[in-house]
Design a protein around this ligand. Structure first.
Ligand code: SIN
Length: 546
């Protein structure tokens, strides 16, 4: 065994970093991340963290907005727990050194936090705590600094996890069978610099690998978002849920070189308006909340407008606001848009929807535990029940913070019950008989095919026929990958390819199963919500392979 640790954490976004800092008080921590500590969805988060701080706001209202966005599928207990724990978790961040925007104090002795609160779609009140338009970066900066300076946390950058290691009574190499007695005891991890596969053995493992936007051709996500955690947990036998609910962010910059750069919803919160190419606003035709309707509604409205007009994009206009205000409130967006030739203080920005957030994931209980013993999951990788069929804007960072904290407290208790001497040494990774591949073109081609197939057939608007076609295509690709995976020495590209293929398969499976339209899942064959038959989660578990 190469690394033995009390806690193994896979992923370095806000969920992984927060959990690491908490459990490091109790034991040794190995934090594995496939690129640098900075490479995460968290660092890209612009808008902010939804939480109740305004005098006129209340927990009840935040819960109500969360449930309304979730379109009948949120777990109310979870929503209550997350919303009520939110302010305390934000105070934790402030105590660690995170600097959020604050309003000017009106009273010299004012002891309140006086946070400047933004507004986003689906929120009935201003409640978005933010650090200008780079909230995730500000949080990550502070957390990464603390993690780097903690002597009980060993960081392994450029290490990509391949598979979880599970122990079962029917112990096998690279186990794929799971029973209620099975447990996770770490992971096989590829060191990308040396190409060596290492065995990480842990009493408790946390998956916090973020989302899977790269399953789609167009996504706001960074390149690392390949669904590694969902895919590994599924292969190891944990239950996954609600993967049909893929959130498309309505407004990503439409520009050949912009790689779907996100234009934060906070822009609409400050008065930005969606218009068509003739300059006409259109959101009033789709929802009484107009531009601040929930994301599923706005993304579908844009999709409809583009299909009607044949245009390549719609436009987001904030040029009517004071230009100094726009530059101060959105310094990063302003600068970035300028590099693509757009001055947002003077002209509308061309925007299109792109895949943004997985509302489903690995099913967890209220403490971040999965149904595979000793495996915890937090952040976008998890399906906690908070988001239901559609996530309310800026509810993801708060979910990650609250659950990382809860999971750490629970893990601290659970680890006391583990008899370390009972954990057998897992066998080392076996690559006997494999050779280095000289067919990189095949990996690149399959990547592209999966992402195009998902964009064309499993996108914002779905149909039975398109889903069936997607299923057939992905099955063929899966077969090729499987053969390739076992015949050649494992590489980082291949690990990610296998993971996006698995997540694509699971999204299609969940989407084909749900015979209604709800939240982010819209199927033209069943255009209505059907509470009688479908007000329930879509649950998938790997079939027993004995
Ligand atoms: C945004 O800033 O629009 C993204 C925030 C989120 O996804 O919650």
């Amino acid at each position: 065994m190469d690394v033995k640790t009390d806690f193994l954490i896979i992923g370095s976004g806000v969920a992984g970093l927060t959990f690491a800092l908490k459990v490091a008080e109790l034991g040794s921590v190995a934090l594995v991340t496939k690129k640098g500590l900075w490479d995460s969805n968290t660092t890209q988060a612009q808008g902010g963290i939804a939480s109740v701080f305004d005098q006129l706001d209340s927990f009840d209202l935040h819960i109500r907005d969360t449930l309304a966005a979730g379109d009948g599928l949120c777990n109310r207990d979870v929503a209550e727990m997350v919303v009520k724990n939110g302010p305390a978790r934000i105070r934790d961040l402030i105590n660690l050194g995170v600097q959020f925007n604050i309003k000017k104090k009106t009273q010299p002795n004012d002891k309140s936090l006086n946070l400047d609160l933004g507004r986003e779609g689906g929120h009935s009140h201003k409640r978005i705590v933010h650090a200008q338009d780079m909230t995730g970066m500000e949080i990550a900066k502070v957390l990464v600094d603390h993690v780097n300076n903690h002597d009980r946390i060993a960081v392994f950058e450029d290490h990509i996890a391949i598979d979880l290691i599970t122990i079962s009574k029917r112990m096998k190499r690279r186990l794929i069978t799971t029973t209620h007695e099975d447990y996770c005891c770490g992971a096989y991890v590829l060191d990308r610099n040396t190409n060596q596969v290492k065995t990480f053995c842990a009493q408790i493992t946390l998956l916090a690998t973020g989302g899977a936007g790269k399953v789609y051709l167009y996504t706001s996500n960074p390149d690392i978002a390949t669904g590694d955690g969902i895919s590994m947990a599924y292969r190891a036998g944990a239950t996954v849920a609600n993967l049909e609910f893929v959130q498309f962010h309505p407004t990503c910059l439409y520009h050949a070189d912009a790689k779907n750069f996100l234009i934060s919803e906070a822009l609409r919160g400050e008065g930005g308006v969606l218009i068509d190419s003739a300059g006409n606003p259109f959101m009033h035709q789709y929802d009484p909340q107009k531009d601040l309707a929930c994301r599923d509604i706005v993304a579908r409205a844009i999709d409809t407008e583009l299909k009607k007009s044949g245009d390549d994009s719609v436009f987001l206009d904030i040029s009517h606001k004071d230009s100094e205000f726009v530059k101060t409130r959105f310094p990063n967006l302003y600068e970035k848009c300028l590099t693509f030739g757009f001055d947002m203080t003077a002209e509308p920005l061309p925007v299109v929807p792109a895949a943004h957030y997985m509302c489903g994931g690995v099913a967890t209980d209220m403490f971040g535990r999965t149904d595979l013993n000793r495996l915890y999951v937090t952040g976008e990788t998890a399906c906690t029940g908070l988001h239901g069929a559609n996530r309310l804007a800026s509810n993801s960072l708060i979910e990650a913070l609250v659950y990382a904290n809860k999971a750490a407290v629970q893990a601290a208790k659970d680890i006391q019950t583990i008899d370390e001497s009972s954990i057998p040494d897992p066998p080392p990774w076996d690559d006997v008989g494999t050779t280095d591949s000289d067919e990189h073109i095949m990996v690149a081609h399959n990547w592209d095919e999966i992402r195009r197939c998902m964009w064309n057939y499993v996108g914002i608007v779905r149909s039975d026929k398109r889903l069936e076609r997607a299923k057939r295509r992905i099955e063929i690709i899966q077969k090729e990958i499987h053969q390739y995976y076992w015949d050649f020495r494992v590489s980082s590209d291949l690990v990610e390819l296998r993971n996006i293929a698995t997540v694509a398969e699971l999204i299609i499976k969940c989407a084909r199963h749900r015979k209604e339209s709800r939240g982010l899942h819209y199927n033209i064959a069943y255009p209505n919500r059907d509470d009688q038959r479908w007000q329930k989660d879509t649950i998938i578990r790997r079939p027993f392979v004995g």
